[in-house]
Design a protein around this ligand. Structure first.
Ligand SMILES: Cc1cc2nc3c(=O)[nH]c(=O)nc-3n(C[C@H](O)[C@H](O)[C@H](O)COP(=O)(O)OP(=O)(O)OC[C@H]3O[C@@H](n4cnc5c(N)ncnc54)[C@H](O)[C@@H]3O)c2cc1C
Length: 456
């Protein structure tokens, strides 16, 4: 199955006399990284050194400094592990389109491996590199349990259409990835100047923003083990109760590729192999999120390029939202008011404050949060833009297919069906605070995340 994770992107048969290069981007880890093992296998067959390269984009993109620090600390761990295995590591600043040709030329590289992300910019980069470089270029889906292009070759309608396609092949892909081995054709590279890399980044560092997540591959494994030991058994019951710590908390690690989704599924499956049925069901609920929902989001962003616009919604959803665009709104808030958690509604403000202070809002509140942005803005397109901006700026797991698909689900009915028609929403599914109250202890959640105004 492993070869179906790899696709050759151009027709060049051979390259230079130097190392095989892996441009690490989406999958920032050493173990359980199919892109790195594919590059290593290719290098071993040709008796070449192996060089991992990271291109650090330093122009402001809306990220906060704390998020970069999470990433850089993880990459430092990657560098240490690679050096211990005889594999070189380089970091250069710029876009891959600027940095990759120079690095390949400098090392007279033999081939280039790329990891895979379904997002627009990453896809454009892969296509551009494959078309302009004169060496073999490969892409490897090391991110998804079932490679995106194997799961489906089209935009799926809903989880119910993708789920059977994934389950048909899932067992075949649940195979432990091969470990990275000590490379017998070593390549020495100068240690990265991490403080220079840090200083090259221009991003704000607000004092209120203090994500409680320890970065890196080792920390991700520890959190996975802790989740399995302490929370997996009740995940099915507790995951939609935002006043409890009932979910895995793994999304920041999955986002930066510090954890492999495949490894998480294998570890969870192994842990519950002889557990009672209720525990195995809870594990399956987790795997549904991590595989089906996550891969549905990726499928949406890869096949639907308008994933941050109303144009990316289905015709029924666009029509119903257009029909209700001129409905009077009881409240309209500006981006600033949303950002500062200054609405009239304590539940919404609590969710926004959870995000502003920890860098991660509970998943159940994310749905409510985005739906209220639809309700309290002048147009659905403006609601999408505000939700995307705030989601990406403050979530440690932002800039992610799950986020775009989640926002489009909440605001534009993506992967959902029409519900009862009502003002502003049309037939987009509605949520209100009373519904939250019926599901969990909303007051406890509000108490946990209340407080004075933050200095944004
Ligand atoms: C409006 C909105 C915005 C969102 N923004 C993001 C985002 O920016 N980044 C992000 O990773 N997720 C996003 N999600 C999806 C989901 O809320 C988060 O993945 C989840 O809350 C992360 O917490 P966890 O790892 O503790 O979740 P767990 O419940 O422990 O789930 C484990 C993993 O399964 C996947 N998963 C869980 N729920 C979903 C889902 N609904 N869709 C797709 N994958 C899922 C994630 O990879 C998650 O880390 C968003 C959802 C909505 C409705």
């Amino acid at each position: 199955m492993k070869e179906t994770r790899v696709r050759k992107l151009n027709s060049h048969a051979s390259g230079g006399t130097g190392p095989v290069v892996y441009l690490m981007s989406r999958d920032q880890r050493v173990q359980d990284n199919a892109a790195l093992t594919a590059a290593q296998e290719y290098a071993l067959e040709r008796k070449r050194p192996l060089l991992v390269f990271f291109s650090l984009f330093t122009q402001p993109v809306g990220r906060l400094m704390q998020q970069y620090e999470f990433m850089l600390t993880g990459l430092k761990e990657v560098e240490e592990q690679l050096h211990a295995n005889g594999i070189g590591f380089l970091l250069r600043t710029g876009t891959p389109e600027q940095t990759v040709p120079a690095v390949l030329h400098e090392y007279d590289a033999c081939a280039l491996f790329l990891d895979f992300s379904p997002l627009r910019n990453a896809t454009t980069t892969r296509v551009t590199l494959a078309q302009t470089l004169q060496i073999p270029v490969f892409e490897v889906d090391a991110t998804h349990v079932v490679p995106l292009w194997v799961a489906s070759d089209r935009e799926e309608f809903a989880a119910r259409t993708l789920r059977p396609k994934i389950h048909r092949v899932l067992e075949r892909y649940l195979v432990a990835p091969e470990p990275v081995v000590r490379h017998p054709f070593p390549l020495e590279t100068q240690p990265v100047d991490w403080s220079a890399a840090h200083d090259a980044l221009r991003a704000p560092r607000p004092a209120f923003y203090a994500p409680p997540f320890e970065p890196g591959e080792a920390a991700a494994s520890r959190l996975l083990r802790e989740f399995i030991k302490d929370r997996l058994e009740r995940y099915g019951e507790d995951r939609n109760k935002p006043h409890l710590n009932g979910t895995s908390g793994l999304s920041p690690y999955l986002h930066f590729g510090q954890l492999s989704a495949l490894r998480a599924v294998l570890t969870v499956r192994e842990a519950v192999r002889s557990a009672p049925k209720a525990v195995r069901d809870s594990a399956e609920a987790f795997i549904e999120e991590l595989v089906v929902r996550r891969e549905l989001a990726a499928n949406y962003c890869y096949y639907q390029k308008n994933y941050t616009s109303l144009d990316g919604a289905k015709p029924w959803a666009r029509q119903t939202l257009y029909k209700h665009t001129s409905d009077p709104r009881e409240f309209i808030y500006s981006l600033d008011e949303f950002e500062q958690a200054a609405t009239h509604e304590p539940a919404w403000n609590a969710a926004q404050r959870e995000l502003l202070t920890t860098g991660k809002m509970h998943g159940y509140m994310r749905m409510y949060w985005a739906k209220k942005i639809l309700e309290w803005t002048a147009t659905p397109q403006e609601a999408i833009e505000i939700a995307v901006y705030l989601n990406d700026r403050y979530h440690l797991d932002g800039f992610e297919a799950n986020g775009y698909a989640g926002i489009m689900w909440a605001i534009a009915g993506v992967h959902d069906r029409p519900w009862f028609e009502r003002p502003v929403y049309g037939s987009i599914r509605y949520m209100n605070a009373n519904g939250l109250r019926r599901k969990f202890d909303l007051d406890a959640y509000i108490r946990a995340w209340s407080g004075g105004q933050l200095r944004i």
